[in-house]
Design a protein. Structure first.
Length: 678
């Protein structure tokens, strides 16, 4: 017979002691909040920041919530948060200084508001005098805790209400004065609050701006029968009044530095340059003359040197334009860094410096930096000093070439330390890469970013992408800068659609986003001559000098000028997060509105550059604040026509060979209850 062992009793876990402090109020969420507060949200000078806190409580008690905020190390301010819906409380504050604001939200049981609400319902329900007197005595006991926090006349007022409650004064129990005093001196029982969150405040141009890119070496006058010649920055400055007249805010220059001759690329990226070909401005570093080499802190001698650049910036500032400069952290083999600091580059086993390549493609004219070299600290400090050099020469806006191919840690450190010293800086990330990478660059400091807009051409693509970058949490930190073209990109849509397609994409870029840019001269002139092997321009200015007819009456300049004027005259088009897409029963027609206060802009675009398209537009009049009892006036700011529409359904038709878009302004007299701005 087998011996049986007694079963082992399971170990009973010890009960954790009851918490010493707890609350019935639960903080569910707070926004804006980027990665749990690891990074700041973004705003611009003058913006009203909307903060939403979600709080819940068991039972039916009323909660009180407040928003507390301050600028950097300044005094903290508080404002009451209003219950919106679904347990969400909303508070707002306006940012007026560059730098960082900090904010948090707090909520607690509002016992007096709960008592007064229930008392009011008892009175309205016709409860007898005995029951009401009993409730008033309970209210008086509650007020004693508030009186303990008050002083002077306020304390005397609360004590007066206590006496009124004890005497059975029903009207006193409903009085708004005691409700206000109770809110002021509430002991905030069981208060809960969020962690401290931050929001970074940028210049207005970070939120609302139009960029114009051109190559200053191509700024000369076109002379029939003569080859294009290399222009100077002084000649390029002569183009600035026209760019300002077109309505642009920022003029952006590709690299202006000396260009290497070793392995210089020729026309259309030919492996070998012919005699006299200027090379790519992104092959940075070369001869300055007199046996001197120049790099990232030099200006190409044929552009006129640093003195000409200073004159260019001064002329731009005089006109009200800002200059943006391209920063590309790479070198040609002729850069002084190659000779003075070979330790900043990767080397092959034979000791030669490793050039850039994306096998099987080879870029012998460009050397990438080694950010992980043993001398990385000196390299990082030197690259940061490139920014400070140009800042001292009047540049506050930088377009950064391929930042996703350099360490995130470098950018986070570099931008943070630069902005601590120069809070008005703007950084545009040229990062056509995976979304999470683009978004992380924005989180760690980049002010704006290039986007996938160029490749979003159908109605479905545009609506889905618009909702992603404007209407989701991404918009808390990511500012999409819409470019329909760049020196690197000429999309098939522009190639095949010609002039109508250029107008379509321009209107979309300039009205969907409040920040956009164009690579100007070829766009104005509807240059749709694409390279046979690549999605870019043939006869590309990256590799050769081109001269343009700067005042060609056949160009798109009149349309560009009108659209930019519309943007500047209508606040609705100056914000990113206020877009709303609308139903229109034609897949080739896209409709959306943007609203700021009583300024309501409605855009309808024919996405088909070849054919007339028409359809019925359906507007949610109640959401837009338009009464549905009578007609309302719409004025096409682009074409000039005026219409009177009736009801929510109206017919639109667009001929792309006349104008492929409407930019309607709905008369303010009809917009009586504008939707909430965000």
């Amino acid at each position: 017979m087998l011996e049986q062992t007694a079963p082992q009793l399971s170990t009973v876990p010890k009960l954790s002691p009851a918490p010493k402090k707890w609350s019935r109020v639960i903080l569910v969420s707070v926004s804006p909040q980027v990665d749990g507060g690891a990074y700041p949200a973004k705003s611009a000078i003058g913006d009203e920041v909307e903060v939403v806190g979600a709080f819940i409580v068991d039972g039916h008690e009323i909660l009180a919530a407040e928003l507390l905020y301050r600028y950097e190390d300044g005094e903290e301010h508080s404002t009451r948060m209003a219950l919106r819906y679904n347990d969400e409380y909303v508070g707002r504050f306006t940012v007026t200084q560059l730098g960082t604001y900090y904010y948090r939200v707090r909520a607690w049981l509002d016992r007096f508001a709960t008592w007064q609400d229930q008392f009011r319902r008892r009175v309205q329900g016709g409860e007898n005098e005995y029951e009401l007197r009993s409730e008033l005595l309970e209210g008086a006991n509650l007020l004693r805790t508030y009186a303990a926090n008050a002083k002077g006349q306020d304390r005397e007022a609360i004590e007066g209400f206590i006496q009124a409650f004890e005497s059975g004064n029903v009207d006193a129990g409903l009085d708004e004065t005691i409700a206000r005093l109770a809110r002021t001196y509430d002991p905030r029982e069981q208060a809960v609050e969020s962690k401290l969150l931050s929001i970074e405040v940028d210049p207005v141009l970070a939120r609302f701006s139009a960029w114009y890119e051109f190559f200053p070496r191509s700024a000369g006058e076109s002379r029939p029968g003569e080859p294009p010649r290399h222009a100077t920055l002084d000649e390029a400055a002569e183009r600035l009044p026209r760019i300002k007249d077109l309505g642009f805010d920022i003029v952006y220059l590709p690299p202006i530095h000396p260009i290497g001759t070793t392995f210089r690329k020729g026309k259309d990226n030919a492996p070998v340059a012919e005699l006299g070909e200027p090379g790519s401005p992104w092959a940075i570093g070369g001869d300055l003359g007199n046996g001197q080499r120049g790099g990232h802190k030099s200006v190409h001698p044929d552009l006129g040197g640093i003195e000409a650049f200073d004159r260019f910036v001064a002329r731009a500032e005089q006109l009200g334009l800002k200059v943006a400069l391209d920063i590309a952290f790479q070198t040609s083999p002729d850069h002084p860094y190659v000779y003075e600091h070979p330790e900043w580059f990767r080397h092959r086993p034979d000791g030669s410096i490793r050039y850039a390549e994306n096998p099987p493609k080879k870029y012998q004219d460009v050397y990438p930096f080694d950010f992980e070299s043993k001398a990385w600290k000196s390299l990082w400090n030197e690259l940061r000093s490139v920014f400070t050099f140009w800042i001292e020469h009047g540049v506050r806006i930088f377009r950064v070439d391929n930042p996703h191919t350099k360490p995130f840690a470098f950018w986070e450190w570099c931008i943070r330390t630069l902005r601590a010293e120069y809070p008005d800086l703007i950084f545009l990330a040229e990062a056509f890469t995976r979304p999470k990478t683009m978004y992380h660059l924005a989180k760690i400091g980049f002010t704006q970013s290039y986007t996938y807009f160029t490749w979003r051409n159908t109605k479905q693509e545009l609506e889905e992408y618009g909702k992603e970058v404007f209407l989701s949490g991404v918009a808390d930190f990511f500012r999409p800068n819409f470019w329909p073209n760049t020196p690197d990109i000429l999309h098939e849509y522009l190639v095949n659609g010609g002039r109508p397609a250029h107008i379509i994409r321009y209107v979309l870029a300039a009205t969907m986003s409040s920040v956009y840019g164009i690579y100007g001269p070829p766009y104005e002139h509807v240059d749709n001559n694409q390279h046979p092997l690549r999605e870019e321009y043939a006869n590309n200015e990256k590799y050769e000098i081109r001269n343009w007819n700067w005042n060609d009456p056949r160009s798109l300049q009149p349309v560009i000028k009108r659209v930019n004027r519309i943007r500047h005259e209508n606040p609705a088009l100056q914000f990113l997060r206020n877009i709303r897409f609308h139903t229109i029963d034609n897949p080739n027609l896209l409709a959306y509105s943007k609203q700021k206060g009583d300024n309501l802009i409605l855009v309808v675009v024919n996405l088909d550059p070849h054919h007339i398209q028409s359809g019925w537009l359906h507007l949610p009049l109640d959401e837009l604040g338009i009464p549905d009892t009578q007609g309302y006036d719409v004025h096409d700011l682009l074409g000039g026509e005026r219409y009177t529409w009736h009801g929510r359904d109206n017919f639109v038709q667009l001929d792309p060979h006349i104008l492929p878009a409407h930019i309607f302004r709905i008369s303010a007299e009809w917009v009586r209850q504008p939707a909430s701005d965000t």
